[in-house]
Design a protein around this ligand. Sequence first.
Ligand code: TXA
Ligand code: MG
Length: 349
Amino acid sequence: MQTKYFIVEKEHLDQQIMQQAAALLKQGKLVAFPTETVYGLGANGLDEQAVAKIYQAKGRPSDNPLILHIANQRELIPLVKKIPANAQVLMDKYWPGPLTLVLKRTNMVPDIVSGGLDTVAVRLPASSIARELITLAGMPIAAPSANTSGRPSPTSAQAVLADLDGRIDAIIDGGVCDIGVESTVVDCTTPVPTLLRPGGITLEMLMDTLGEIEIDPALDGGTQCIPRSPGMKYTHYAPVAPMILFEGTYPFIADSILREITTALAAGQTVGAIVSEETAQRLPTTVVSAVYGQRQHTVDIAANLYTAIRSFDNKPVDIIYAEGIPEEGLGLAVMNRLRKASGYRIIKE
Ligand code: TXA
Ligand code: MG
């Protein structure tokens, strides 16, 4: 299959191109598109056959449900049984934006979207391209991140094509995504809303708004627990080479990364490192490094994270060492993704 390539500027949406992309969705085809978090792989969310193509293109396990993307709050009404007060508060505050809500679904939502659960995840993205596409298509768009299952999410059209070129009908290149990590997923079917996946809306923001929130016990490494968000049980965001994550405070964390790197180099290994600017300055020149930004600039680190992980795809390193950051603000989402990417191989200093 030849993947059609559209370019759209987010400040100036080319209506003719947007119409062409929307027409493909109406025909049951797969269109990758940018959102403010990461690129999504979209299909008509009410068409089972179209949604089945998403699972096929990504190689995604069929019990891992998808997010439905809408362009307007009122489009939520036919999809869910009720909107709890908590959910309404969150929607009013953070939509459009990087927040996904899990609610009890109606029969309008196909089983294949919800992976057989009685709930559905819904999000109203802030991206102008995403919202225009949904509006023109005239239907909720089912869209997981537009990567091969298990790989880091794509934050540019190039990263989407690296995984899915020839496997999808079209892509809209709208430039690099602003936030760089996926939306926050909150289950609003529990008496107190439950954080299932940290993301673009931070835990601090949710706490401020709700006063209380539960954190899913399966969130980080709680592998003994049964994950309520099926996506959490799979290996995710992983680079090609094995990765080891370091957790701890600066500068001790840099010291221990350097010690480990020195040992690996002495053993003749080719070493990669995902590190802050501060640590990068201390690395031997033979280390293949991807720098994600300054330690205190969590917003930059989130934006650069997946590009840093993907930068090793075409570089023959034996092992990658990654520097952890404090779990504040977007740092919680960054650490959640780094832990998964490392397969929970973690060294705590
Ligand atoms: O930022 C994002 O959310 C991006 C962009 C494209 O919108 N999408 C995204 O989709 O990250 P995906 O499929 O890669 O991740 C969706 C997550 C998975 O962890 C999945 O298990 C969870 O949401 N999820 C979906 N439906 C659910 C449900 N009914 N109950 C619990 N978790 C659900
Ligand atoms: Mg994903």
